[in-house]
Ligand binder design. Sequence first.
Ligand SMILES: Nc1ncnc2c1ncn2[C@@H]1O[C@H](COP(=O)(O)OP(=O)(O)OP(=O)(O)O)[C@@H](O)[C@H]1O
Ligand SMILES: Nc1ncnc2c1ncn2[C@@H]1O[C@H](COP(=O)(O)OP(=O)(O)OP(=O)(O)O)[C@@H](O)[C@H]1O
Ligand SMILES: [Mg+2]
Ligand SMILES: [Mg+2]
Lengths: 216, 216, 172, 172
Amino acid sequence: MRLAKLTLAGFKSFANRTEIPFDPPIVGIVGPNGCGKSNIVDAIKWVLGEQSAKSLRGGAMMDVIFNGSATRKPCGMASVTLTFDNPVIKDNGYRVSGIGYREEADGPESTQKLQAEPSGEASDAKSETRNPIPDTRPSRALPVDLDTVAVTRQLFRDGTSEYLINGRRVRLRDIRELFMDTGIGTDAYSVIEQGKVAQMLDSNPEQRRVIFEEAA
Amino acid sequence: MRLAKLTLAGFKSFANRTEIPFDPPIVGIVGPNGCGKSNIVDAIKWVLGEQSAKSLRGGAMMDVIFNGSATRKPCGMASVTLTFDNPVIKDNGYRVSGIGYREEADGPESTQKLQAEPSGEASDAKSETRNPIPDTRPSRALPVDLDTVAVTRQLFRDGTSEYLINGRRVRLRDIRELFMDTGIGTDAYSVIEQGKVAQMLDSNPEQRRVIFEEAA
Amino acid sequence: CRTRFEKTFHEVRENFAGNNGLFRKLFGGGKADIIMQADEQGNVDMLDSGIEIMAKPPGKEPCRLSQLSGGEKTMAAVAMLLAIFKTRPSPYAILDEVDAALDEANVERFCDVIHSFLDTSHFIVITHNKLTMQACDLLYGITMQERGVSKRVSVRLDQVGADGRIAQDAID
Amino acid sequence: CRTRFEKTFHEVRENFAGNNGLFRKLFGGGKADIIMQADEQGNVDMLDSGIEIMAKPPGKEPCRLSQLSGGEKTMAAVAMLLAIFKTRPSPYAILDEVDAALDEANVERFCDVIHSFLDTSHFIVITHNKLTMQACDLLYGITMQERGVSKRVSVRLDQVGADGRIAQDAID
Ligand SMILES: Nc1ncnc2c1ncn2[C@@H]1O[C@H](COP(=O)(O)OP(=O)(O)OP(=O)(O)O)[C@@H](O)[C@H]1O
Ligand SMILES: Nc1ncnc2c1ncn2[C@@H]1O[C@H](COP(=O)(O)OP(=O)(O)OP(=O)(O)O)[C@@H](O)[C@H]1O
Ligand SMILES: [Mg+2]
Ligand SMILES: [Mg+2]
């Protein structure tokens, strides 16, 4: 599973729709002070479910929507999409306990449809999910039987906010479950924010435990 | 009044006696990571009376004494001296309410001697200080009638610590009084430690007040 | 839960402080250790004790993390992050100006070590440092040609000025 | 006490946010302000209210300090420090790698502004940045030729390697 690209529109200083592909193993981002580099890091944290405005360097969550410049009016909404490649894992025997096993409940239904979608008639399979189906899908890192998985978050000026997986509305819980045990989404050790490097170790012994617990 | 030079011996990584003159207006300090640059900043904070070991990046105050290296044994004491030029101020009418006016009390006495010393027989003047003497000394930035003022702090392995002004033992209170109203010694705005630039403004509105209060 | 934490702790410790661990790789020598803090009676409780880190840069005495210099602390933190990474790989890592406090000798070691992780993770590195830029496979420049509005352009190393400014020909 | 604080507050505000203030000098334009926070009833108490700082980099909308970038925040903090300095000069200032997050355009402005303060204060600047080194009148190198033991040597700019290492001829 690989990070494929990031798409931002109306998010902080990215007023225009901007695509940032991440094909090669190391991608560098450069530019003068204040040009928007750290806003990219905020966009990735936000789309993966970040709930604290302060940790996105704002006062309120609305602060992530482009609020205008000398030559432009503010945007009406912020939208960020993170796309992952999710290829079939050559049979390494690694089974992901995917969403397919989940009992039918409200909400995940839309995610459930994600699974069934590719083979069309599976939508009649609703009754079957009461009995856990043997997982015959090829194994992939993300428990979605598709080659690419696009996670989207949107926020409108009126305060409404949406999460989407491959274009279908889901809840934050589904996003968290999608990435469970993959190391994605937990900030403890996959994102080092600007100026926070030494802080990771400066904290007291109790806080350091948290980093280890996240990893466990 | 100008900062003239800093002398360190046995302080942190400065095992040998080291002199650092500060003659020109902008002095740059360079060198690879871990070579001892920030230890110089700690030395200046320490000699001016810093009481918190944590703010000197240590666990206990003893951590400021050179604790050995692959080729050297630890030192028995740490000593830092900060020397100021304290020239006569061309008569700009600015009178410093120097120590000369103070009523006789315990402690400042030794500082008092500092004033009297240069003219020899003044040591009999002790009885006179009961009545405030008219301050006939030429005015200087520091209330000491000498061209150079050297402030020293020493710490021994057995825990004893001393403050000295021009070689005479004084108390911390005397050092603080020496620098009162000169802007020296308060960290709030004359020292920016490594990694702490943005923190000055990151703090909450109440903490920002403190910076203004220090300046007032 | 206890065994899982214990297993992770020992793996991270080995990856961080072992002879071929990340601390020695980033510092080019020296020693380090991660220790569970014992309580007054000397007991260590895997699920509760705090974690202390000791570091000994090459040629120096061992000391607490707080006594390290700014650059040494950054290197120790990066070593810890990558040690955790080795134990629980994540598909991506984002480093935002992690190299700001490093001198060039440390930047070179930092880039070398990152390269040894590329088979399991993708790195996104934000930097002002020319050496780090050279270590990247692809460079994106972010410019604000229209003030207040960010735009992404692809750049080659020679199009990034000494001041991080993107050359005009990359923007067009 | 109240009048003293009030006087200092207004002086610093003018030095920081005024038209010829330090914010505009360091940012090359824009606007800033220092405001006493009012309580719910809208009253401001000079001796008690918190202090809020608004910043508007050139060409951008005004925003809170926390929304500024790393480099912008550094420049705002330096502007504030020097504004206080102007109000209450101190014989020395020590800046430890303040320029670490700055791009070269900002480093140049930073050095220019420092130069305008030299008649009242001495500056001691610790840096890895070549441009800042050039702005210094004298350079000292700190080396650890003997591992773990710091030694001071005088250096010329050409003796400081790209990696902050001091050339051998300066050490001898
Ligand atoms: N909602 C928003 N609308 C418009 N602009 C915004 C918004 N939120 C933040 N910004 C702008 O984004 C800029 C900060 O960008 P960012 O922190 O990404 O800079 P940077 O490239 O990381 O710079 P540095 O190199 O200094 O760290 C600020 O100048 C701020 O004005
Ligand atoms: N009491 C002590 N005895 C001996 N060495 C000490 C003592 N206290 C600190 N040190 C050493 O001083 C070094 C830190 O020095 P300092 O913080 O001044 O480095 P620096 O030059 O500022 O580096 P950087 O560029 O990374 O900020 C540490 O490596 C530490 O081992
Ligand atoms: Mg940034
Ligand atoms: Mg330092």
